[in-house]
Design a protein around this ligand. Structure first.
Ligand SMILES: Cc1cc2nc3c(=O)[nH]c(=O)nc-3n(C[C@H](O)[C@H](O)[C@H](O)COP(=O)(O)OP(=O)(O)OC[C@H]3O[C@@H](n4cnc5c(N)ncnc54)[C@H](O)[C@@H]3O)c2cc1C
Length: 411
């Protein structure tokens, strides 16, 4: 049973996140956008203190808890709460949200693929105030969408794994790799001849010799967040750095990649919701100031073009939100959500792109100007169609699941 009612306690928390967005993110939003690689350290410090206190912010899902009997009085809802807080914080600034100290996508990979001991270890460390950032590195110069093409190698050498290869476009990669007590989860193959089955995740601690940040990207949007290229050259890590088992089983490792995406796609969809809502709220206030009323409930034939556009924006956002909540709720209740996670991600990417472009359009020259943040939100929006599986890749996954085709039959 899906319950849409949010308890007073959750609503209060959301109010707190809204305050963070309004009072801590928005005031530095433009400056961080203009100066991409300048780090807002004061913001990080405050957010670190705040996120350490807010224990329910989590990215990822503990699969090992799936078989626990559900207690109606205390439903597990970590992902739903994360989705709600993510929307609220990305209403403030999506780039700053991605730079907020937390285990991030790296944490999601630990939750999806780690042993109970590894999860305990990393969560405990997080609760104790370390590591500050987590990143996940799958993409390489030779592939992005086809994540089964991982070429980075992990070779066993005595009591170590040795990583060699190049990763690109790692969100929060620089902060996780070198600037803090962070970690990067690196997907590498332990046996190239095994194909997908040989792909495994490894935790590499910050400042490990052999791990080097070689570039930080200049981007169109989410410019407050660092996106790094990282090279692994004879990078030695302890044997227990592999998440889960080292045994090569059919589809074993790759399933963990997919499980990670099942956990992260609803969160990315929620990021899109936050940006879309920011633009929608701005347009609503603007129209109010201009004395343009949105007349709900009248015949569609009598609507003005502006009313029709605005209602369409609202409907798109709400449709994406409902899909996102469903995907998150399924994860929390131990249901397989690959289809729904891709639906949420694909819909939210489309919705936020449409909403922010319409917002610029409706505001005219003001929308296009840097006096306000709407043009920035339009740039921030597009990443939702690219990372965590592009729009097209998620559409293919949806089609495969609905039509019951394998990845070989439909690609
Ligand atoms: C800002 C940013 C942050 C990122 N963060 C991370 C991160 O933290 N970790 C990480 O590992 N990666 C990250 N990425 C990488 C991102 O996930 C990839 O860029 C993405 O998966 C697309 O891969 P690609 O760049 O190789 O594009 P390609 O796979 O070459 O795709 C190019 C275009 O072709 C389309 N396409 C590809 N295959 C098909 C197909 N079969 N059918 C139809 N269309 C297709 C795609 O949809 C896309 O439009 C990030 C990227 C960016 C830009």
């Amino acid at each position: 049973m899906i319950d849409f009612e949010l308890e007073p306690q959750v609503l209060n928390q959301l109010k707190m996140y809204h305050m963070v967005s309004e009072q801590m993110m928005r005031p530095i939003s433009r400056d961080c956008d203009e100066h991409e690689h300048q780090k807002p350290t004061q913001f990080y410090d405050s957010m670190w203190a705040a996120s350490a206190a807010a224990s329910n912010i989590q990215i990822g899902h503990d699969k090992s808890k799936k078989d626990e009997p559900s207690k109606p009085s205390a439903p597990r809802r970590a992902t739903v709460l994360t989705v709600l807080s993510t929307e609220e914080l990305c209403w403030g600034d999506a780039g700053l949200y991605l730079s907020t100290p937390n285990p991030g996508l790296g944490g999601a990979a630990v939750m999806a693929a780690g042993t109970p001991e590894q999860k305990e270890h990393f969560l405990k460390r997080f609760k104790e105030g370390k590591p500050k950032w987590g990143a996940m590195a799958i993409t390489e110069p030779s592939f992005g969408s086809d994540s089964s093409a991982v070429a980075t190698t992990a070779t066993r050498d005595g009591d170590n794994w040795v990583l060699d290869g190049n990763k690109i476009f790692v969100t929060a990669g620089q902060m996780s790799a070198e600037k803090s007590e962070g970690f990067v989860v690196v997907w590498a193959t332990v046996d190239k001849s095994a194909g997908r089955a040989g792909i495994k995740p490894f935790v590499v601690e910050h400042n490990t010799p052999g791990m080097t940040v070689t570039r930080v990207e200049n981007k169109l949007g989410i410019r407050a967040s660092d996106t790094a290229a990282i090279t692994f050259d004879n990078c030695r890590i302890p044997l227990d750095s592999i998440l889960g088992s080292a045994e090569v089983r059919k589809e074993g490792g790759f399933k963990d990649v997919m499980a990670t995406f099942d956990a992260t796609r609803p969160i990315v969809a929620a990021m899109a919701l936050g940006v879309g809502r920011a633009a929608l709220d701005f347009v609503r206030d603007f129209l109010k100031q201009e004395n343009v009323a949105i007349r709900y409930g009248i015949s569609p034939r009598r609507l003005t073009a502006v009313e029709r556009d605005f209602m369409e924006m609202e409907a798109q956002l709400q449709a994406a939100r409902l899909l996102t909540w469903r995907a998150a709720w399924m994860l929390d209740t131990g249901k397989r959500n690959s289809l729904e996670a891709s639906m949420a991600k694909a819909k939210a990417g489309l919705a936020v792109t449409l909403i922010t472009q319409k917002a610029v359009e409706l505001l005219g020259p003001l929308g296009y100007s840097r006096k306000i943040l709407v043009e920035k939100w339009m740039r921030d929006a597009k990443i939702n169609d690219i990372f965590e599986g592009t729009q097209q890749i998620n559409m293919i996954i949806i089609a495969r699941r609905i039509l019951n085709y394998s990845s070989k039959e439909l690609n």
